[in-house]
Design a protein around this ligand. Structure first.
Ligand SMILES: NC(=O)c1ccc[n+]([C@@H]2O[C@H](COP(=O)([O-])OP(=O)(O)OC[C@H]3O[C@@H](n4cnc5c(N)ncnc54)[C@H](O)[C@@H]3O)[C@@H](O)[C@H]2O)c1
Ligand SMILES: [Zn+2]
Length: 338
């Protein structure tokens, strides 16, 4: 079977792999139907992702069908359509035993630390499969992106009384938006890219957007009756934005870092001490988030229609991929069809 491997940054190569054999007792073999392209894949392609090693088969946002299961497997059966929780944790690690498999010390993410889904078939631990009877493969491939936002919103314990600022209107900020919306909180979205804010307004139905400028604090106070937001999610991955965001919370406020930077983030302590701020990081998502999200899409509480802006068949990935790395093409979520 043909697979796509990132041999080195900016260089995809088609390779030939044998089809997987019979799964082990706790494993399943899946047929991949859809692969979502994510910022992580783009950073891996551009050589800017510190955890990415080469050569690597990318692909962790997956809509799959179960082809065969091992003798101990009870959570899925042949023919089931599933989303994949791509965070392969060690169940015996300290984090996993504490109910935090999302930040397992030995975590390996499919398509990042071990080979992912840009291939027709592969084998994985069956416990990482989450079934839906009704969702399309496109929708199943979106569940992982949404899970990042779901977990971040759960971390902040957002309620309907909160005013929430989401900084960064890329896929991760938009995933966060979907779950803040479900809480009934007031939402403002901030970005430095006007095109991304237009997408928020015109396609995602966001009423209040703010274009990044030097006077954001003043502008927020003007809009929110002199106050600042109760909760700020930073989904930019920019250390500059993250450093500034310490100064954007209301008394008793929470700041959640969903975006990731390898740079230093700094702030003046009194800025964050004065409102008695709480800083939270949000990493990956929990297994229950996947089932929760599948339920929310099935019941129509989350509409995935606006999400997919670009598509490509598997055979055209090598030519199409560079365009997915350019925000000016208007790409929010590109989907690869196998
Ligand atoms: N928490 C997790 O487990 C997790 C999972 C996946 C991705 N991420 C991280 O989330 C971040 C966002 O991912 P994405 O795919 O949405 O990225 P993206 O690049 O598509 O979106 C980031 C957005 O932030 C905006 N931005 C950047 N700097 C800004 C600034 N100074 N002020 C205002 N806006 C600014 C950009 O214009 C862009 O629209 C990345 O750091 C990514 O690594 C985190
Ligand atoms: Zn992703």
């Amino acid at each position: 079977m043909k697979a796509l491997q990132l041999e080195q940054p900016k260089h995809f190569r088609q390779i030939d792999l044998p089809e997987p054999g019979n799964p082990g007792p706790d494993e399943a073999v899946v047929r991949v139907h859809r692969v979502g392209v994510c910022g992580t894949d783009i950073s891996g392609y551009l050589g800017k992702m510190p955890f990415f090693s080469y050569p690597r088969i990318p692909g962790h946002e997956l809509g799959v069908e179960v082809v065969s299961v091992g003798s101990n497997v009870t959570n899925v059966k042949t023919g089931d359509r599933c989303s994949i929780e791509p965070y392969i944790n060690d169940p015996n690690s300290y984090a996993s035993r504490k109910g935090r498999p999302n930040c397992c010390e030995k975590l390996e993410v499919l398509g990042v630390h071990r080979d992912g889904g840009l291939r027709p078939y592969f084998t994985l631990p069956a416990r990482k499969l989450h079934v839906s009877k009704t969702l399309a493969f496109d929708q199943l491939a979106l569940v992982e992106t949404l899970a990042i936002g779901c977990h971040a919103v759960a971390r902040a314990q957002v309620t309907a009384d909160d005013t929430v600022l989401i900084i960064g209107a890329g896929p991760i900020g938009l995933a966060t938006l979907e779950f803040v919306r479900l809480t009934g909180a007031r939402i403002l979205m901030l970005d430095m890219n006007a095109q991304r804010l237009e997408f928020c307004q015109n396609v995602m139905g966001v009423k209040e957007t703010v274009l990044a400028n030097d006077k954001v604090e003043e502008e927020l106070r003007r809009r929110i009756d002199g106050r600042l937001p109760d909760v700020v999610f930073d989904a930019t991955g920019s250390n500059v934005s993250m450093s500034k965001s310490f100064g954007l919370i209301a008394p008793g406020g929470r700041l959640v870092f969903v975006g990731i930077t390898t740079e230093e983030v700094s702030f003046r302590h009194v800025t964050f001490h004065r409102p008695e701020g709480t800083l939270l990081c949000s990493r990956n998502a929990l297994p229950a988030d996947f089932d929760n999200i599948i339920g929310l899409i099935e019941s129509g509480k989350i509409n995935t229609d606006p999400w997919i802006t670009h598509r490509t068949p598997f055979d055209s990935v090598i030519d199409a991929f560079p365009s997915f790395t350019r925000p000016e093409t208007g790409v929010v979520k590109a989907i690869i069809e196998l």
